[in-house]
Design a binder for this molecule. Structure first.
Ligand code: FMN
Length: 214
């Protein structure tokens, strides 16, 4: 039998930024969460919707005139096992830009995938309502939305406009969302769970554990 490959090597996690603002704090939050996924061994990609020419979802009856970027977006999300969704809080929910991107996709891209949520807000209440709404959308798409999430209130106090973050605890929280998405996505994939079990069973016996009788 061939050596088991580290499962993480093939694990892709993408992060979709639901803000088009050039100096978006959501984008920084998604990038930090992706760093966490990378730390857990995933290959990551930021999907910055500013770089995609999408259209408004019109019900998807005739896709022949859809711009190429719709299919590019679908393909990139399809190839991922974990997806970080990042959104600003807009009028007590998540952004329309993100909703439209999600509406242009569906079960093909999301079913059975692991989703992690991160959100920012200008006000002191955080992005909880937006993230709860996204959690509902994740369920509708038959995805697994992990319980851990990161909601960052008064984002203008926390992030540098240049793309950094000042609060180390919040940075860790964002990274933890990414790490968990990567780990749960890995566990959820049967083939990779098998690789994990192979690695586990080939590992040296734990000197502090029970004596192996096989
Ligand atoms: C249309 C719109 C609606 C907003 N609604 C809320 C809101 O309901 N609650 C809140 O705290 N901030 C609200 N904000 C402020 C944004 O959450 C805040 O500016 C955030 O940093 C935007 O995300 P971004 O930096 O990723 O672009 C709103 C901003 C816009 C443009």
């Amino acid at each position: 039998m061939s050596e088991p490959q580290p499962a993480e090597r093939t694990l892709r996690v993408v992060g979709i930024c639901g803000s088009l603002r050039p100096a978006s704090f959501t984008r920084t939050a998604v990038k930090i969460a992706l760093r966490g996924a990378e730390e857990a061994g995933a290959q990551t990609q930021l999907i910055d919707l500013r770089g995609y020419s999408l259209i408004f979802c019109d019900g998807k009856e005739d896709e022949s005139r859809y711009p190429e970027d719709v299919f590019k977006l679908r393909k990139q999300v399809q190839q991922a096992k974990g997806i970080i969704l990042g959104t600003p809080e807009y009028h007590g929910s998540f952004s329309g830009v993100l909703k439209n991107a999600l509406d242009l996709m569906g079960f093909n891209e999301f079913e059975g995938k692991m989703i992690g949520l991160v959100g920012v807000s200008g006000g002191p209440m955080g992005a909880f309502t937006g993230l709860s709404d996204l959690r509902t959308v994740g369920r509708a798409l038959h995805a697994w939305v992990i319980p851990e999430q990161a909601s960052i209130p008064e984002a203008w106090k926390v992030f540098d406009p240049g793309g950094g973050i000042k609060d180390r605890d919040l940075e860790q929280r964002l990274m933890e969302v990414g790490r968990q998405v990567a780990r749960f996505a890995c566990l959820h994939s049967a083939e990779q769970a098998l690789q994990f079990l192979n690695t586990w069973e080939c590992a040296p016996v734990n000197p502090g554990g029970a004596v192996k009788t096989l």
